[in-house]
Design a binder for this molecule. Structure first.
Ligand code: ZN
Length: 141
């Protein structure tokens, strides 16, 4: 889709600090736009499950930044669930893409103790191929 990639710096400027959940949100959002073939900001509905509390909720900021779906426009919502899942739906294309986290990554995220460890993992995730991080399912709603 040729949409401009979000830099880590843009992520930190928006969110205030660097963390793996922020980066996961950025990557999921960007990948969603690519897979759906749709543009930022409008015609999208984003839902995120299992990210009610920090640090997981930092994912929401990554999603808002990368998809342009925002609370102000009412195009993003977070829902309760024991497991993390992100759905991005394109009204125009009548398609949705669903992201869940790969098991190994979840274990790494749960073991983080320090800010330094979090930042290191965040940078590593940022450089990863999305298919290494997420299980990605594209479908018609
Ligand atoms: Zn954060």
């Amino acid at each position: 889709m040729g949409s401009k990639k979000i830099t880590l710096k843009a992520g930190i400027d928006f969110h205030g600090h660097l963390g793996p959940w922020l980066v996961l949100g950025i990557l999921a959002g960007q990948t969603a736009l690519d897979k759906l073939g749709c543009a930022k900001y409008f015609g999208l509905q984003v839902k995120a499950w299992g990210v009610i509390h920090k640090p997981k909720s930092c994912l929401i900021d990554g999603l808002q930044l990368s998809t342009g779906a925002t609370y102000g426009k009412g195009s993003i919502e977070k829902l309760n669930s024991p497991s993390v899942k992100v759905e991005v739906r394109s009204h125009k294309r009548n398609k949705k893409v669903v992201f869940t986290l790969k098991q190994g990554l979840l274990q790494k995220l749960e073991k983080l103790n320090t800010h330094a460890e979090s930042e290191t993992l965040a940078k590593r995730i940022f450089k990863s191929n999305p298919s290494e991080i997420f299980c990605i399912k594209l479908s018609n709603p």
